[in-house]
Design a protein around this ligand. Sequence first.
Ligand code: CLF
Ligand code: SF4
Length: 297
Amino acid sequence: QLSHLPQDIVDKVQNHPCYSEEAHHYFARMHVAVAPACNIQCHYCNRKYDCSNESRPGVVSELLTPEQAVMKVRAVAANIPQMTVLGIAGPGDPLANPERTFSTFRMLSEQTPDIKLCVSTNGLALPESVEELAKHNIDHVTITINTVDPEIGAKIYPWIYWNNRRIRGVKGAKILIEQQQKGLEMLTERGILVKVNSVMIPGVNDDHLKEVSRIVKQKGAFLHNVMPLIAEAEHGTFYGVMGQRSPEPEELQNLQDACSGDMNMMRHCRQCRADAVGLLGEDRGEEFTMDKIEEME
Ligand code: CLF
Ligand code: SF4
């Protein structure tokens, strides 16, 4: 699967369970939930739960301080030698919490230099963060891009929070889209690998995602992960309450197939929790709650 890639890219992906389908059988990732705030609103989000741009909605992760996060990474690394990647993916948007996210990355790059750092974002604050991401040797960034069309964007994002103001509708969506695309270009120019996540929302962006895939590939994204919307009414999201349906497995697969002519598609995403620990699809988070880690010390 990796043999056609240049060696520097093989080095970056071969131990990363999300970027390499092969690697996910052998290598584990963990997330630390250090980032509570968010700077946009998605119609598939309920702020009480984890950010559904990357993670599973409807679960609440234990929020950690950067210091607790570092303790947790060290404890997991000591117990799970296959753990190669540390990601920050919520419970809000990591880049909307720059102090917490970057102080975690700073401490980890000093204390656990062998662990790769990974981050997932909605992209609004990405352009201003690229410099700092590069400084911490972050090779893997995920941007959730659900559309490149502000009219469609207005049906997904009711508002963004930008320059201390709430901006609604098409105007807000347009700024978000511009920031995502600019961030993508800035990252790929620096050789940072970008995965694009898209949430497939039937009747809203499903037909349009083939174009998204084509455009992000053109701009140098490495991988595209089309994930199904999970809209359960009991999660209390706008879509859930409005009766927006989730895609059927077959619809998702057809769309992934339709995108795959142009793009490397990720097909093994497990929509992890913002505090997931272990191999993809396996969650050992319960073994590493903060009270258990304090006992281990
Ligand atoms: Fe985490 Fe995401 Fe990094 Fe992976 S998860 S921040 S890229 S280390 Fe992976 Fe989980 Fe899917 Fe994310 S399976 S939800 S794609
Ligand atoms: Fe919720 Fe994540 Fe969207 Fe923010 S980016 S509103 S946390 S789903």
